[in-house]
Design a protein around this ligand. Sequence first.
Ligand code: CA
Length: 465
Amino acid sequence: MKVHSSFAIASMFLLLSTAHVAAQGKPNLVLVVADDLGYADVGFHGSEDVLTPHIDRIAREGVMFSSGYVSFSVCSPSRAGFLTGRYGQRFGYERNVLYYPTDAGMGMSREEETMADILGRAGYRSMLVGKWHLGAHPSLQPQARGFSEFYGFLGGGHQYFPDSLRIVDPMKVFTEEGSYRTLLNRGTQPVTETEYITDAFSREAVAFIDRNRSNPFFLYLAYNAPHNPLQAPPAYLERYSHIKDQKRRNYAAMVSAMDDGVGRVLAKLRETGLDKNTLVVFISDNGGPLADNGSSNGSLRGKKGGLYEGGIRVPFAMRWPEKIPTGKVYDRPVITFDILATILGGIPDAPRPKQAIDGVDLIPFLTGKAKNAPHPYLFWRQYDQRSYAVIRSDQKKMLLRADTASLFDLGADRSETRDLAQEKKSVVRKLRRKISAWEKELKPPSFLGLTQRAEYIRAQSAIKK
Ligand code: CA
């Protein structure tokens, strides 16, 4: 009996230490996404009125990307990009989805793997906390796309106060406005929440880390703050009594709630001893929409929805003490696809994505091992507007709208005020050729989006008849 029990104890110890070694070998990933946060509205970009001390810690103790881009300037396709590590245009994803839970085609193609699918093959547990916005049909929901757990909502935004969440069944809603008022889901089950939802998402994120301390995990913490509607509780508003503009004050308070949540997540990582081996990334999903929510893109031209820098260049920072430097500013263009490639770069015997990804492992670039630029070119297409952009590694940027080219040198003129297209015709010609070559790899949009709602509803009723 004694022999058996010591054997059992020894095996248990072996199992535990194997789990520990495995967990140590595989880094965790925490991806925090803000929704519609302006480029200038974080402390690490010099914000003086909106305060983000916790988010700033990620940049201060890691790397701040001054030229960090998203692959699309609105929510849904931007998320499809970074969750697959691929240009969404490769699989027809370049519109904001409509909330339509009976349509299996309204969302991200099931041919595509998500980060959660890929990391799941390496034994990661994954959780989405917050906003999904990649399809509400059961076959398109987070737990059908590789996530082990989900707490949040399926649409493009949400009411923040629990008293406003009155619609019990998110599967019986067919309008955006209705989708904002559904109960939150835990997995596929609607549940009653009692907290301000930004605080609720922080609570869920911390609890997920707590119960996954001994296995590798991917936490996708997708706050809907500070996306409309502008709703903030008094405790956060009180911090900003000096801001007279009410919209800006509400916006700042919503950002603070999110920033406090980031603080709770970072504190939990430190408490559990996981912080050194965890890649923490902070991004906004697109540029600030300015007047719509009171955001600021500072000196950048343009806003959410467009291809000037104010639409696509976002706050972007990562912290990973075991792998990347501390307190570094990296100026060369990077894009959110790189998040997937970078975490895979840090996993021994990492699983290979089934589709070729467009991201680059940033670790060698940040440590100085690789001297070149991570991306020779970055591309954008907005099919409905017939507009394109390309940024070359030397920060020459061409915009094409209705076939008219503008050329900017972002290194010298990041506000895009001096159009060099007439002066530098050969650069324009070269960049046009690059865009044409890239476009040959793309598909047309695979679903109608938010701006085609009327057309979509007509098509749906025709199908029913
Ligand atoms: Ca957004």
